[in-house]
Design a protein around this ligand. Structure first.
Ligand SMILES: Cc1cc2nc3c(=O)[nH]c(=O)nc-3n(C[C@H](O)[C@H](O)[C@H](O)COP(=O)(O)OP(=O)(O)OC[C@H]3O[C@@H](n4cnc5c(N)ncnc54)[C@H](O)[C@@H]3O)c2cc1C
Length: 421
């Protein structure tokens, strides 16, 4: 049996480990043009902030793949011939597979900006982007960050830590609009607006980039204003890398469509990670939840199924936890107002501004967003995976968001300062 894994980052690395465990004698070929070592992509924001050296991001080097007996092809896959069972590589070489995993991830979404210097906009997806941003960092200088999602927020914090003033330009009325509810988005917006060195521009976008006079770049905004900056970096989401699969005959939508076993339209081919569009646990349709633990878990489940160990994937689940100005912000499942129409919510405002909102549909919890709330991300994810009913949510979560017990003792009713929305 020959397994071919295209992409060796979070999903592909995890898959290689589980393929070897499930099938000790098989041949495993890993295809990826990116130089080793594999590093934890989320950590580039900590490296930008100066909180860790880039070398500390390493999660797997040559020795890791050697120990698994993975043969590495350090080049890009450019074509998939499903009929002949072949992956075409950039060099013209072809690699035959019995089972194939597509784990080629996603690239940064273009910033949607024109003008003579639009190529000067940096992205923030990997090590090379980090180096490009670092080259342009000027302590005491001015930066612009395009995009108010989690990556835009992390870029802003990192550049502030490097001593730059930051214009955060957000197309939505509030930051983190896709990740949290309006309350938490507004709270983050207020904190950003009050933070020394940050200027928050909401409902605003950058149209053009041209040469500046006082600083290298001038950004023209849709409001008619312009900003002069030393550095402009965009974090506007990701686009799954599916272009090379356009003629493959696989079902493609935003990503590669895969079923509850992470199998694509072809039973020999699987997909995992940021490239995989798979059934979502709370939304019911197929989605991409582009986060590291989801990619690792999908790599594991896909590998087991490829090796003939039937493993159902329970569905993908959006989940984020980040520190925000000294507070712990968490969100899990369905919390974006655009996707929770008709759902009921229970909100608890705790002492010192702690906050927890639980979203229910048909009496089952489908989402949660919190600020310094008692339940941990894992506990909330567990509650959603189990589809806990409202009566099974511990009182303490909502009675006193600062002083709660873990999800070990279900059974209480909603009381205290909780209110039904
Ligand atoms: C700045 C930043 C912060 C983040 N923060 C967090 C966080 O805090 N928490 C969290 O959970 N997630 C975070 N993420 C998201 C997380 O990093 C991704 O979800 C995860 O890396 C996805 O892993 P993946 O293996 O699916 O894809 P990728 O990490 O995109 O890796 C895909 C691999 O495939 C290779 N490849 C691509 N095309 C081809 C091809 N044609 N042929 C061969 N190989 C190919 C690439 O070289 C790459 O090695 C963050 C991401 C960024 C950029």
């Amino acid at each position: 049996m020959r397994y071919v894994v295209v992409g060796l980052h979070a999903a592909g690395r995890s898959a290689c480990a589980y393929l070897r465990r499930a099938d000790p004698a098989a041949e495993i070929v890993g295809v990826d043009p990116a130089p080793l070592p594999v590093y934890a992509r989320p950590l580039i924001s900590y490296a930008l902030a100066g909180e860790m050296p880039p070398e500390a991001m390493t999660v797997a080097d040559d020795a890791f793949f050697q120990s698994l007996g993975v043969t590495l092809a350090r080049e890009r896959a450019v074509a998939l011939d499903v009929g002949r069972g072949l992956v075409g590589l950039a060099s013209g070489r072809e690699v035959a597979f019995d089972r194939l995993l597509l784990a080629c991830g996603a690239g940064p979404r273009p910033a949607g900006v024109s003008g003579p210097l639009c190529h000067e906009i940096c992205f923030f997806r990997g090590r090379t982007d980090l180096a490009r941003v670092m080259d342009r960092v000027r302590p005491g200088g001015v930066a612009a960050v395009l995009g108010g999602g989690l990556v835009g927020f992390k870029l802003t914090m990192g550049l502030l830590a490097r001593g730059m003033a930051v214009h955060l330009v957000v197309a939505s009325p509030r930051p983190l609009a896709l990740n949290v509810d309006e309350y938490v988005g507004d709270w983050v917006g207020r904190r950003l607006a009050d933070a020394p060195g940050v200027t928050l521009h909401t409902s605003t976008s950058v149209r053009e980039v041209e040469a500046g006079t006082a600083r290298p770049l001038r950004l023209r905004l849709n409001t008619g204003e312009s900003l002069e900056v030393d550095l402009a970096a965009a974090g506007k989401g990701v686009i799954p890398r599916i272009q090379w699969l356009a003629d493959s005959g696989l079902d493609l939508d935003q990503g590669v469509l895969a079923d509850g076993y992470l199998r694509t339209a072809d039973e020999r081919i699987y997909a995992a990670g940021d490239v995989a569009q798979v059934p979502d646990m709370v939304h019911g349709d197929a989605r991409i939840n582009a986060v590291w633990p989801v990619a690792v878990e999908q790599g594991r489940v896909a590998a087991l199924n490829m090796a003939g160990v039937r493993a159902a994937y329970p569905g993908t689940l959006a989940q984020n936890a980040i520190p925000v100005f000294g507070s712990r912000m968490i969100s899990v499942g369905a919390v974006n107002p655009a996707f929770t129409a008709g759902a009921e919510s229970v909100v608890a405002d705790g002492p010192r501004g702690s906050y927890l909102k639980l979203v229910f549909r048909d009496d089952r919890i489908i989402g949660a967003v919190g600020l310094d709330a008692p339940p941990r991300l894992g506990e909330l994810a567990f509650a959603i995976r189990r589809g806990l009913r409202r009566r099974d949510i511990p009182d303490f979560w909502l009675d006193n968001p600062k002083n709660a017990a873990p999800l070990a003792a279900p059974g209480g009713a909603l009381t205290g300062n909780a209110r039904l929305g």
